[in-house]
Design a protein around this ligand. Structure first.
Ligand SMILES: [Zn+2]
Length: 317
């Protein structure tokens, strides 16, 4: 639900990533070399004839779907050229992808390296899918660190093994979103690192109060509902459903309940009084009381989107 914007770090990311995957110094046989060797053989010489290793590794989020379509279509075409029987066609596709899986191998050697590298370079704090969990590293003892950080393959690496190491196919996320909910489900919207991702603008938490509440005078969080509503379309319906966002946020209504209570305790006139008393600008006092953060920093803090949308609902911004 939060946009992943790493334009600033793009150059560093690509430079480091390139060193890791292209260098024969780091790997006995670089991934690139292995891929180029595979490309000399049938059917890869046809499937990838005009697609380079770099194009796969650095394919931009907006262009990934198009690259998938091209490669998948070519694999199917070749299966049809070779075989008539459905069973044999399927075996051909399975085996062709099996070879690619061996080359673009994410597990073992690269997984921890890539994960660490992303964590450091992006300074990720919270999950981009749910904005509920922190995904930072923490120290267990002198030697051991534990990690709540996972990288989701936005386009499933099981279905599209050639994208297993693609830089922009990796989305920092929490374990719940990545492994328990999304798994290999394909979402029909652009990834959070895409220019076209606009969940944060299009979908908002709305405040619904039960009928017996008058003038925001809420006695219990049971009187509050905070459904996510998308304006003018339902592009992100599946996204909301897959990550169980409405259900998961339902458990965190106390944040909104507290905001409502504070809104009652600190009307504009009270904030101005506090400003006169302390000399601190009332906008700053308001920010501190309601835990408001700037739009650019939404990924730094859990529940920041919920708080931002609710502050709009309550007219706090
Ligand atoms: Zn998450």
């Amino acid at each position: 639900m939060i946009k992943l914007d790493y334009k600033l770090d793009k150059q560093i990311l690509e430079c480091l990533y390139e060193r890791m995957l292209f260098s024969t110094k780091l790997n006995k046989m670089s991934v690139k070399k292995n891929f180029d060797k595979l490309k000399e053989k049938y059917p890869y010489n046809i499937i990838f004839f005009d697609i380079s290793f770099s194009e796969i590794i650095f394919v931009e989020p907006e262009k990934t779907r198009c690259l998938i379509n091209t490669i998948e279509l070519r694999i199917i075409e070749q299966s049809k050229v070779k075989f008539k029987e459905m069973k044999k066609k399927k075996k051909f596709i399975y085996e062709a992808k099996g070879e690619l899986k061996k080359i673009f191998k994410y597990e073992n050697k690269f997984q921890s390296f890539i994960s660490e590298f992303f964590e450091k370079e992006l300074e990720t704090r919270t999950c981009y899918f749910c904005n509920i969990h922190y995904v930072n590293e923490y120290k267990v003892d002198e030697k051991e660190y534990k990690n709540e950080f996972t990288l989701d393959h936005y386009y499933d690496k099981g279905s599209y093994p050639y994208l297993a190491l693609s830089l922009y196919n990796l989305i920092p996320s929490c374990y719940v979103c990545n492994s328990k909910l999304k798994k290999s489900i394909e979402l029909d919207v652009f990834a959070p690192n895409s220019e076209d991702f606009d969940f944060h603008k299009r979908v908002k938490f709305k405040l619904h109060l039960s009928k017996n509440c008058k003038d925001l005078n809420i006695k219990s969080k049971a009187d509050i509902k905070i459904p996510l509503k998308e304006n003018y379309s339902n592009k992100y319906e599946k996204y909301i459903e897959v990550f169980k966002l409405n259900e998961r946020y339902e458990a965190h209504k106390d944040i909104v309940f507290e905001m409502l209570q504070n809104a009652e305790l600190y009307p504009e006139s009270r904030l101005k009084e506090l400003q006169d008393l302390t000399g601190i600008p009332y906008q700053q006092i308001k920010k501190d009381i309601f835990n408001l953060i700037d739009d650019a920093d939404l990924s730094k803090q859990p529940f920041s989107k919920l708080i931002r949308d609710m502050s709009d609902e309550l007219g706090l911004r």
